[in-house]
Design a protein around this ligand. Structure first.
Ligand code: NAD
Length: 288
C-alpha cells in the first residue's frame, strides 16, 4: 500500500491564509489583533522559536509585542510583567516561551496568565474546559494534528487511536481531542507494557515521544494513519527526524506525516489561529 503524504506545510499555509483574512476583516471593523511574547534568558533555541512566531505574526497581520528579559529575572518580576499584559486592553494573547530559567516556577507563570489571553492553552482553566468538552483554547500542536487529520479526510469517529506520550502540552490534550471526536483512545507512555502490541491495534497513531525512529514497520497495522509529532536530531546525519522510521513505515500506512514538514508547521499556524480567536472573543464582531 502506498501512503498518502500529509503535507503539513500546505495545510499550515491554508490555515494562515484563513487567519490573514479574518485579521483583515477585524481591521476593517476597527480592531487589531496583538500577541505579546515574553522571552526570558538567552537560550538560542528559544530565541529562534520566538523569532519564528514574530515572523508568522507579521505574515498574517497580527501585531506583536516583544518582551525580552535577562536570564536572572526573578519570578516576581516576570509575574508583574504578566499582570500588566493581562491588564492591557490592546493585548489579545500572551505567550511565555518555555523553558524558563531555574529560579522561575513554570506552573506559577502559566497560572498567572489570564485564561482569556492564554494563547498556548496551557492554563488549568483551558485544560479543564478541554477535559469536559467545553470550548477552550487548545494547545497548538495537538490542535494542529486534528486539523491535519480532518483536512486530509481521515475519519476519526469509532477508530482505535493510540497516542504515544502523555505530556501536558501534546499527549494529554491530543487524547482529549480524539476522544471528543469519538475515537477509542489509548494513551501509551514510558511505563506501558507491550507497547508494540498496543500500537499495532491502532487505526490512528500519534507519536509524541522524542526518540528518533523508535517506531518501525512491524509496529504499525497495515493501512493505519501515522502522525509523527517527534522532532529529533539524527546523531549520525545531523538531520531532523521523527519518532517514526518514515522510510520503512510509509509503505504500510494509508497516510503519514513527514518530519520535517508535517506537524511542525502546524504548531505556529494554530498559534496564529488561537490568537485571532481570542481577539474575536474579546471584541465580538458588531451586529449587522
Ligand atoms: P515530553 O518529553 O514532555 O514527553 C514525552 C512522553 O513520551 C512522555 O509522556 C513519556 O512517558 C513518553 N515516553 C518516553 N519514552 C517512551 C518510550 N520509550 N515509550 C513510550 N513512551 C515514552 O515531550 P513532549 O513535549 O510531549 O514532546 C514529544 C516530542 O514531540 C518531542 O520530540 C518534541 O520535540 C516534539 N514536539 C514537537 C512539536 C511540533 O511542533 N511538531 C511540538 C511539541 C513537541
Amino acid at each position: 500500500m502506498g501512503a498518502n503524504l500529509i503535507d503539513g506545510k500546505a495545510i499550515a499555509a491554508q490555515i494562515k491564509d484563513e487567519v490573514r483574512q479574518e485579521v483583515s476583516a477585524l481591521k476593517v471593523q476597527g480592531s487589531s489583533v496583538t500577541l505579546a511574547v515574553i522571552l526570558v534568558g538567552d537560550d538560542p533555541a528559544s530565541a529562534v522559536y520566538v523569532r519564528n512566531k514574530k515572523k508568522a505574526c507579521e505574515a498574517v497581520g497580527i501585531e506583536s509585542v516583544s518582551i525580552e528579559l535577562p536570564a536572572d529575572t526573578t519570578q516576581e518580576e516576570l509575574l508583574e510583567r504578566i499582570a500588566s499584559l493581562n491588564a492591557r486592553e490592546d493585548v489579545d494573547g500572551i505567550l511565555v516561551q518555555l523553558p524558563l530559567p531555574r529560579q522561575i516556577d513554570e506552573r506559577a507563570v502559566i497560572d498567572a496568565i489570564d485564561p482569556a489571553k492564554d494563547v498556548d492553552g496551557f492554563h488549568p482553566v483551558n485544560v479543564g474546559l478541554l477535559a469536559i468538552g467545553e470550548p477552550a483554547v487548545v494547545s497548538c500542536t495537538p490542535a494542529g494534528v486534528i486539523e491535519l487529520l480532518t483536512r486530509s479526510g481521515v475519519e476519526i469517529e469509532g477508530k482505535e487511536a493510540v497516542v504515544i506520550g502523555r505530556s501536558n502540552i501534546v499527549g494529554k490534550p491530543m487524547a482529549h481531542l480524539l476522544l471528543q471526536r469519538h475515537a477509542t483512545v489509548t494513551i501509551a507512555h514510558s511505563r506501558t507494557k507491550n507497547l508494540r502490541e498496543v500500537i499495532r491495534r491502532a487505526d490512528i497513531v500519534v507519536a509524541a515521544v522524542g526518540k528518533p525512529r523508535m517506531i518501525g514497520a512491524s509496529d504499525i497495522k497495515e493501512g493505519a494513519v501515522v502522525i509523527d509529532v517527534g522532532i529529533n536530531r539524527d546523531m549520525e546525519t545531523g538531520k531532523l527526524c521523527g519518532d517514526v522510521d518514515f522510510d520503512s513505515v510509509a509503505p504500510h500506512c494509508s497516510a503519514i506525516t513527514p518530519v520535517p514538514g508535517g506537524v511542525g508547521p502546524m504548531t505556529i499556524a494554530m498559534l496564529m489561529r488561537n490568537c485571532c480567536e481570542l481577539a474575536k472573543k474579546r471584541n465580538p464582531p458588531a451586529e449587522k
